[in-house]
Design a protein around this ligand. Structure first.
Ligand code: FE2
Ligand code: FE2
Length: 249
């Protein structure tokens, strides 16, 4: 285990029960509010997984672990990331809060011994989502937004819940769109968020109706052709109007 993490465990006895260990770790490092939030996200992720056919245990574990890097103050996170050899993007350097998702991933593996890469990946993109997101990524992403870490009701909650009635992907897209519509007011636009938004927008777009390129006309009552077996100009216009979706009476 990295020496930086060993220091964080001083005075904390891990029992092997992940839920209580994460709670003790966060509380013991002066983050009781994050401990509470993480337990709530675990519960929300579990019920989201049950609703949309995911693994409830993995979802719950990801929820408990997702914010464990809160023990590092925001202004130290870029430095911590560099020490841990985690890639720092320019947007993360500019707004270090965002890199906590990557730090939590490393800590979940090194401190809590998580080896399930689905859980680690979900923890590692829970703030921004990412292109090619997994089902568990989307479950944790949505659960974290529903059980948010601030007071009051999230302003996007009604929209997110309404879209969740359609699918998990619609729910994730609803939150991404909420941010995207406000992108001019955001400190930074993380590239993973931009990619996740574009990808889901593409995937959820309604199929475009194909343009009509040919149609068949059947002369059921014998009135289309005249006595010379020709189509009169008037009838030809009527047929063409039908083909372009116009009514002919
Ligand atoms: Fe977070
Ligand atoms: Fe969170």
């Amino acid at each position: 285990m990295h020496v930086m993490f060993q220091k964080l465990l001083q005075g904390i006895e891990l029992t092997g029960d992940l839920k209580s260990d994460v709670s003790a770790f966060l509380t013991g490092n002066d983050c009781p509010a994050t401990a509470l939030h993480s337990m709530e996200v675990g519960e929300e992720a579990r019920s989201t997984a049950l609703r949309f056919g995911g693994d409830p245990q993995a979802a719950e574990a990801a929820g408990w672990l997702h914010d464990i890097s809160a023990v590092f103050p925001a202004d130290t996170r870029v430095e911590v990331a560099r020490i841990l050899q985690v890639e720092v993007l320019p947007e993360e350097e500019q707004f270090p809060m965002i890199i906590h998702q990557k730090l939590s991933r490393v800590m979940a593996e090194d401190i809590f011994g998580i080896r399930n890469t689905e859980i680690l990946d979900a923890v590692g993109c829970h703030t921004t989502l990412r292109a090619g997101s997994s089902h568990l990524d989307r479950i944790l992403f949505v659960a974290d937004k529903i059980a948010w870490d601030q007071t009051g009701t999230p302003p996007y909650l009604d929209r997110l819940n309404a879209e969740l009635e359609r699918s998990l992907e619609h729910g994730a897209y609803a939150y991404l769109s909420y941010l995207w519509e406000r992108r001019n007011t955001l400190r930074v636009i993380h590239p993973w968020l931009r990619e996740a938004h574009g990808e889901l927008e593409q995937a959820l777009r309604l199929p475009v109706k194909p343009r009509c390129s040919a149609f068949v006309v059947l002369d059921l009552d014998g009135t289309l052709l005249n006595s010379r077996k020709e189509v009169s100009p008037r009838n030809a216009k009527a047929v063409l109007d039908c083909g372009h979706g116009q009514r002919y009476t």
